[in-house]
Design a protein around this ligand. Sequence first.
Ligand SMILES: *Cc1c(COP(=O)(O)O)cnc(C)c1O
Length: 464
Amino acid sequence: MKFISTRGQAPALSFEDVVLTGLASDGGLYVPESIPQFSAAEIKEMRGLPYNELAFKIMAPFVDGEVSDEDLKDIIDRSYESFRHSAIAPLVQTSHNEFILELFQGPTLAFKDFALQFLGNLLDFILEKRQQKVVIMGATSGDTGSAAIEGCRHCKNVDIFILHPNKRVSEVQRRQMTTVIEDNVHNIALEGNFDDCQNMVKASFADQSFLPEGRQLVAVNSINWARIMAQIVYYFYAGVAVGSPDRKVSFSVPTGNFGDIFAGYLASRMGLPIDQLVIATNQNDILHRCISANDHSKQPLEHSLSPSMDIMVSSNFERMLFDLYDRNGSAIATLMDEFKSGSMKLSDAALSRARELFSSYRLSDEAVLAVIKDTFEATEYLLDPHTAIGVEAARKTRRSNDVPMVCLATAHPAKFPEAIQKAGCQDPSLPHHMQDLFDREERYQVLDNDITKVHSFMGDHIRT
Ligand SMILES: *Cc1c(COP(=O)(O)O)cnc(C)c1O
């Protein structure tokens, strides 16, 4: 299987190369050249499969033998053994034909573990084979950093540096990163805000001459194809659990960068009979404005109670646009060029095609608090603020009550105690394995917002 750029100008890459590559050289994102298909009979056979076996079936056609079946199975097994629940992605019923897919059973209590546990193991495997070492550098405002660190802490061939804005991430989130004490894990608390962290990372990718000879930077944000691929699996897992392919299924997805929901779109292209995909956003609602009113324009970032969805522009949306424009790379390049001005309009054809599958809805912080409280009172089920957005968006936009609606629970409520308290619910306790989080030793380096200081710190700590 080859992977091609959404802007049509960059060279096609093999699976292993695409895992080691971030943006394509033409500024686009990599997508598979063709989408594997599963027939209804093949999907029927997925019923009852354990998560890992299903993951192998879904991912193998993309990997296409570049990693042997045996090795891929081993990478998958190691990636999901750190999950606390033996179902990996348990499904809980909250109302008639309404379900919650708990994607927070991984080591850092957010769905990002599904992709980043896998990516860490996959990267190390590819690098070992090639006798190569790389440096991961990333900026985080919370969930991505801890999931990436947990995913890479045991990697022999990866040194990871995660920048967070000093004193501007929650204490749970900071401790999840800084209590991982390993030779290859380095947390930098930058004196600045999240944008400063992101700018520092961007500038470092643009000029990598500060790295030791033979090293390159690798991105672990959701532009990395392997992350999207690993997320397709749980759509099939939930779909067959509620009766697919004989029954249709719908999903509601709390959305920031459009990575998670794009995986759902791919599941539908691969044959899962998805009736509706709900794009659920907070007040940073560029995607909701785009789907509902063809208004894809940048607005100033607002801080919300669902910080992992505080995103101005959703980078993976470009992958979706590529399909909506019949995979015409030059049309996407033109569209993205238009968007440099801060806004773009979709063609009527693209928009109406998107609306066949997608609905969208936006929730304010106030509404989120009410949903958390009402749901807890009705069912004693505690939603985290991101998941609450998905649940309410599903209820508001649902097209059919006969089709099961699966709401993706993207984080455990204990990660966001402030919102839970504000909603008037009892403080959620951390799962057993994290109860001593506040007693664990922390290690991190506070640095000025100065690129030479950051690079010299990195130079001192990259393993030889
Ligand atoms: C990252 C994240 C999201 C958004 O996911 P995208 O793939 O960026 O759309 C939603 N909820 C939580 C808890 C997250 O950590």
